[in-house]
Design a protein around this ligand. Sequence first.
Ligand code: UDX
Length: 463
Amino acid sequence: MNDVISIVGTGYVGLTTAAVLANAGYKTYTIDIDENKINTIKSGKSYFYEPGLDGFVDRAVSLGNLIPTTSYLESIPNSNIVFICVGTPSNDDGSVNLKYIFESISSVIDNAKSDLVLVQKSTVPVETAKKIEKLIKEKNRTDIKIDVISAPEFLRESSAVFDTLFFDRLVVGSRNEESANKIIEIYKNVDNFSKIVNYEKFIDYAFNNVSKKYLENLLPFEKRIIRTEVESAELLKVTANSFLAMKISFANTIARICDATGAKSKEVMDGIGMDPRIGRAFLYPGLGFSGGCFPKDVAGMINTANEYDVDFGMLEEVVKVNTSQINIAINKLKKLIGENLEGKIISVLGLSFKPGTSDVRKSQSIYLIKRLIKLGATVKAFDPKAIDEAKHDFVHQNLNYTTSIESACDRSDCIIIATEWKEFIDFDYNSISTIINQKNILDCRNCLNALSLKNNNFNYLGF
Ligand code: UDX
């Protein structure tokens, strides 16, 4: 493992990749311009919640393989491989802001001392690599050669470490076979490491998303490698997320028909999901999709389509359906407690965009809370991990962030499950019968045992 790797950006993708590569044996610099983040990583921890990541960071920092730094000068001259994992936020018009991509790559080019393979992992619009190559040319570093590779990341928050170790595919978009081979070799070593890693060492490594079946069905390494054109790699990442978002909005639309007719969405989705051409995944109706990826990537795809004069109205509908899931939730709530929400106490359980993460970016739960407050309700909210990030995102005099399920449900007129945390699934709602005002539950993630709740005289509505 002679390669020395620098990874720019310490978010979910950057820090997880860095921690795994360092544990697999690579000397890895993890670079961020934010000194606070780097100091936290230096102390052997992640600055965000991601199951198991702390154990990997701690071990790699102690071994000396993971070197957190804010300095390009300390890291880039020693590196021959650089991964770009910086944020690519949305602009107001839905286009992707590439400011951090170009700023970081510019610093990489300026500090490079030898030939480099530049692996672009951030999610970007198609043809971004061409712009990066233009920047490299303009910098006129005739003394060295910099190859740009697009290797998009498919890890999911809440199972980022697992997805990095047991990746289902590695897409390598490259114009140079030798550079592509270098990256494939790095992932071969990750694959080797995944087979020997002693998970028990990694305290808090919640294998919550590990399915034995998934591991049994994992294809051999070579079959998981997809070599593509650079542009295909760029496009296929946003295509994947747009398609998954489309499945969710599709399921949510069918669920509306179910509500109107007495059909059950679970039965319909189970039935169609048996068809291998369709598949069961991402057909779970609920409050809709949120997070740092889907909303941004769908908006980015619509923008790209417009730019190339392609009508992608289908995706605009996907966004419309997702946004209106909040109205659906409000209408269901009104069915339970009546039209007037003024003065009602609503308990919202779950703030993060999905369980297993503290991330509240574009969280449907927070959009729902804002609407409830607008309609005159008082909201008591609880989340096992995301309270701090939610407080950072939204505070209001009619919103109380609480420290337990019980305190969130005190004098409640309706309990809303907005995120399907295990804590909420396992909770005995009967035990709080005496402290709530009304026995109403709106299960926006279809995750509770409806029958048992109904048997205990709860008015229950799902999606
Ligand atoms: C997603 C992609 O899955 C991942 O491959 C990519 O790298 C980044 O974007 P992530 O944002 O972590 O990952 O979350 P994911 O698990 O895909 O869920 C996205 C959202 O869809 C969540 O809000 C989830 O609650 C919602 N969802 C998912 C549904 O509402 N219904 C479903 O059936 C599935």
